[in-house]
Design a protein around this ligand. Structure first.
Ligand SMILES: [Zn+2]
Length: 177
């Protein structure tokens, strides 16, 4: 696997607030992976019977720099729960005192937006897409409030679905690796 090492040394954690900072990117620097990701997203969406979601790429951002840019912007993500795709400021944060690695996120009340971190292995990228698309499926099936009210169940279900797609992911990736 071609592991991209971009941004891995960036300190994106503000430990006084328990916030991780990220930056939306216009595109994934790995164009080949972005292309596989797009077709996989369409495949998973049709498998789940949901409208194809749009994948938005993000990277870790330096916490102090990103916080400064956000303060200077008049169109930045208001709260860490809000969908970063809806605001022009590229910097956004995720509240997570537990220190989970954010391979991806699907905002609550997402308008079909899935955000996936760049720099992951191909397997982890597609697994993150399967996981996040499953959250969109949960929103469609049970209404947008359900995930907030049943966070642990929602995560367990999404992780199980992503695991169930690993054989398919491996076979999809095998011709190019
Ligand atoms: Zn999740």
């Amino acid at each position: 696997m071609g592991r991209v090492t971009r941004s891995t040394e960036v300190n994106n954690f503000d430990d006084s607030l328990g916030l991780y900072w990220y930056e939306k990117l216009d595109e994934n620097p790995d164009q080949a992976l972005a292309s596989i990701a797009l077709s996989f997203t369409q495949h998973i969406s049709s498998h789940l019977g949901i409208n194809p979601s749009s994948v938005h790429w993000f990277a870790k951002a330096d916490a102090a720099y990103a916080a400064g840019c956000r303060r200077a912007s008049d169109d930045a993500q208001p709260s860490p729960l809000d969908d970063p795709v809806l605001y022009s400021c590229p910097y956004f944060r995720i509240s997570d005192p537990g220190g989970i690695v954010h391979h991806g996120m699907t905002p609550f009340f997402s308008c079909g937006h899935v955000l996936i971190q760049t720099g992951l292995s191909s397997q982890d990228t597609l697994k993150a897409i399967a996981h996040e698309c499953y959250h969109l499926y949960q929103d469609w099936l049970r209404g947008p409030q359900w995930r907030q009210d049943h966070y642990e169940v929602a995560e367990t279900e999404a992780a199980g679905f992503a695991d169930s797609q690993m054989n398919e992911i491996e076979s999809l990736l095998s011709p190019v690796d």
